[in-house]
Design a protein around this ligand. Structure first.
Ligand SMILES: Cc1cc2nc3c(=O)[nH]c(=O)nc-3n(C[C@H](O)[C@H](O)[C@H](O)COP(=O)(O)OP(=O)(O)OC[C@H]3O[C@@H](n4cnc5c(N)ncnc54)[C@H](O)[C@@H]3O)c2cc1C
Length: 497
């Protein structure tokens, strides 16, 4: 059905769920023609979540997924904002290759505008849709939005993508100009060109239940959604930036920004974050060490994005392919101990339980738990990567793959294979009081600080006083770290020679 509304472009939101500093919307505004904005709950993405190996269900057999709840809330917020200016967000549930051409057709639009996506599946989806709409004379326009520098914009002197972070970061900082941050600033406004809908025309947002997902409010207990949530989290973090470098590694301190979910779904723009951190009006002078440390993390994000784009084999193989030959341990029992936070190493168990309970895990713990799975249990990093992909609220293919390959030493610029985190010394160093452990492993909450990192070394009377019976309330260590370390060195040496 053709809608009798004057409309030239359709803006398709995906990982850019915001109105402010949105490159696709900005592009539509520059054409100075009427446009509409849509979002698709894509079955291609949702179906695997409904059938996934690690999917959990509520009492009504609906799948609990915090990310889908996050998107749903954020989309509702966008719709409310658009309704305030007489428009609405067009939200549909189905396959994007069917729905997008049909929306374009029903509005009689001549342009489809979206933000570029760099994951191989998304590239294939976009190419497919491009072909479908171009056959009807509709132009497909994609614009950079997710990152400051994309694809091959940062290359080494020999015109190759960087595979080492430090020179990449140096080149990134040298190339950054104020224009990269202000690219979406223009005089015209969204209100002027967005199509206004008559009250008689109602668009409904499909409910989570209709799509097979749980509506339990508790799923979002620890998460702020939408652009309003992103803005609130940023305001909370900015005063902490002055301590970022020194405090960021201590999981009990909550010293990091927790912006990752917002960057993942684009409820805030990367440009806004960089501007908030470096205050470019000061001409990039006097940027403190702490701010640089935080900015470096944002640059790591782009480093891994360009690795995925330029070396897509990392999705199914090691970046350094010789490591594909490693003979991993295939113990399901050990994998399950790791996944459920029952390894017997309190710091590892706290990390995994934080992930399972909240969908977030502190970066130090991501490094430790990934190292533990691959270098203490000797289990293939790809299994851990898959588990994180299901559980992390901020799951991002490039950052997750990069993080896992870093920890397993199979990646570019990775941790050297012989550097193996000791879960006891790391625990003592980064959770000295055991506060983080006690929060997520409550059965140890009454244990003396001296034994919180190594409960199996506590004398009987200390355990009794804390109300702990080892192997009943909390496991003995499932592996001896020193023995595991030796095995891992052998395992890696074999494929290196
Ligand atoms: C095994 C492993 C898996 C990971 N999986 C993911 C993932 O799926 N999604 C994800 O966003 N991050 C991932 N990371 C990176 C990092 O742990 C998280 O980005 C960070 O913990 C998010 O918390 P924050 O927003 O408070 O970070 P902050 O310390 O405040 O950092 C600011 C932002 O920089 C980015 N960032 C920080 N560290 C990294 C990094 N090492 N690599 C890439 N980007 C980074 C994130 O977007 C983050 O929000 C992973 C790291 C490891 C070791």
């Amino acid at each position: 059905m053709e809608l009798n509304l004057k409309c030239r472009s359709v803006v398709w939101l995906r990982r850019d769920l915001r109105l402010k500093d949105n490159s696709a919307i900005s592009k539509a505004i520059t054409f100075n023609e009427p446009f509409v904005i849509c979002f698709i709950f894509d079955k291609e993405i949702l179906n695997p979540l409904l059938r996934g190996q690690f999917a959990t269900k509520d009492s009504k057999s609906l799948v609990k997924d915090r990310r889908v709840s996050f998107i749903h809330n954020s989309v509702k917020e966008l719709d409310e904002s658009l309704k305030k200016i007489g428009s609405a967000l067009i939200v549909k549930f189905g396959y994007s290759h069917e729905i997008i051409p049909s929306i374009v057709k029903s509005f009689g639009a001549k342009k489809l505008i979206c933000a570029s996506d760099y994951e191989p599946d998304a590239i294939e989806r976009d190419n497919n849709i491009k072909k479908l709409i171009q056959s009807n004379d509709v132009e497909f326009i994609s614009v950079k939005d997710q990152c400051i520098f994309e694809k091959t914009e940062i290359l080494s002197k020999s015109k190759k993508p960087y595979t080492v972070f430090t020179p990449y970061k140096k080149a990134w900082l040298e190339q950054l100009t104020i224009n990269d941050l202000n690219k979406n600033k223009h005089k015209s406004t969204l209100e002027k060109n967005i199509v206004k809908f008559p009250n008689s025309l109602q668009f409904h947002i499909p409910s989570l239940k209709y799509m097979g997902f749980s509506e339990e409010a508790s799923l979002l207990r620890f998460i702020r959604t939408g652009s309003s949530g992103a803005a609130a989290s940023l305001q909370e973090f900015l005063p902490k930036i002055s301590f970022y470098k020194t405090e960021r590694d201590f999981p009990a301190l909550s010293a990091t920004s927790e912006m990752s979910i917002h960057l993942r779904f684009g409820t805030i723009s990367i440009r806004e974050l960089v501007i908030a951190a470096v205050k470019p009006e000061h001409n990039y002078k006097n940027i403190s060490e702490n701010t640089i440390a935080w900015l470096s993390e944002l640059i790591w994000r782009e480093f891994y994005m360009q690795i995925l784009f330029n070396f897509p084999h990392v999705i199914s193989r090691s970046f350094k392919i010789k490591y594909d030959l490693i003979e991993w341990n295939s113990s399901e029992t050990l994998f399950n101990c790791w996944a459920s936070g029952l390894t017997g190493y309190p710091i590892i168990d706290a990390g995994m339980r934080q992930l399972n309970e909240t969908g977030f895990m502190h970066n130090r713990l991501r490094m430790l738990t990934a190292s533990f799975l691959t270098k203490d249990y000797g289990i293939n990093w790809q299994l851990g990567e898959k588990y994180f992909a299901v559980k992390l609220n901020d799951f991002d293919l490039s950052a997750n793959n990069g993080g896992w390959q870093w920890a397993a030493s199979t990646g570019c610029d990775a941790q050297p294979y012989f550097r193996i985190f000791n879960p006891i010394t790391q625990s003592k160093k980064f959770d000295p009081e055991g506060e983080y452990i006690k929060k997520f492993v409550p059965e140890l909450k009454n244990l003396e600080k001296k034994y919180i990192h190594t409960p199996w070394l506590a004398p009987e009377n200390v355990l009794n006083k804390a109300g702990i019976k080892l192997s009943i309330d909390y496991p003995f260590p499932t592996i001896n770290h020193d023995d595991a370390r030796k095995k891992t060195l052998e395992r890696y040496k074999e494929v290196r020679s």
